[in-house]
Design a protein around this ligand. Sequence first.
Ligand code: PLP
Length: 426
Amino acid sequence: MRNGELLALDRAHVWHPYGPMPGRTDPLVVASASGVRLRLAEPAQGRDELIDGMSSWWSAIHGYNHPVLNEAARGQLDRMSHVMFGGLTHEPAVRLAAKLVEITPEPLRHVFLSDSGSVSVEVAVKMCLQYWRSVGRPAKQRLLTWRGGYHGDTWQPMSVCDPDGGMHELWSGVLPRQVFVGPPPAGYEESYARELRAAVARHADELAAVIVEPVVQGAGGMRFHAPEYLRVLREACDEHGVLLVFDEIATGFGRTGTLFAADAAGVAPDVMCLGKALTGGYLSMAATLCTAEVADGISRGEVPVLAHGPTFMGNPLASAVACASIDLLLSRDWRTDVKRIEAALREGLAPALDLPGVRDVRVLGAIGVVQLDHEVDMAAATAAAVGEGVWLRPFRDLIYTMPPYVTGDADLARIATAVRAAAAAG
Ligand code: PLP
């Protein structure tokens, strides 16, 4: 299809994330992707390929078109691309579940495989609410979370996203009413820890769970915080009988420098959500893990089953690729890669602080953020990055990058240059 024709059809018929209908701006058309490069169907700003600074929203940690992941997909495709999970099971899903239990913190024992991060959060919330109903505490049906968070675009996740000017403010009047505490400060502050403990204690009778993004609040503002707050939450939840959910959908699989972000605090949740990098960005799949205590509680209830069962649950193709992606990650020295990226981003982004309009520069693991003191001009910032041969997707007041772990040093330097160019233009 010619590019012009494709874009006309795209504008007329295809919704894009958080986009208007019909579309008002033309997206870039990607013809193929390999390694850390996206090849464009037609050049943009004189570039026919772009270094991917986004890992397709935290997911493509090994880069694109990876021979190991391709082989896993191909091998599984020849055997069985999908089969329903009700009444049937198969090796790829069972292997994946066992692997996830092995690599996540000890008390997590049971795995629900779903198709997207948002759904995995829905399932996590459902597990927690149902647990308390099942053990005879039906009043415990609310959630406590931090302001400035993001947990997805379906109903329960939207209710725990940033309520002030966040992406789902439109629905604030009709979403379930949750309990919010101010966003965690970057460093450890005892006064904030006290506030957290007090909020959990005050609302414990109605709280099913506390749900947070550990260490990095992603799409709600790309904020980093001290891991110690996770320990504070664990202690408060234990003391007051509240479940603790960690949403590691963005941070899981090494992005912050530890395999899971909460590992930095040595704290385990009762329920954990994984997605994005689970399949190395190849296929849509997410997982919700819970402890034996949560599962046993649900089993003791009047309705002793978890009433959730998506059509594509445990999809064999996605499961096989997820197993291969996890094996690939663990077989590589990914910690050194993430440290190398962290060092390169620290060095490359630091000069952005001298640019007019830049409020903050922060780097953690393979995540680099430049925060402006104004709303970014998306079109200008994106064009500036593309002009440098790099794909970035700024939002709100943020220009950020989370490159694939396989990004080489020369490409990292170009990403840093592009982030600075985007900050200067946006
Ligand atoms: N939770 C977190 C922390 C996320 O970053 C995201 C997506 O950005 C989600 C949940 C939702 O995942 P999905 O977009 O796969 O539904």
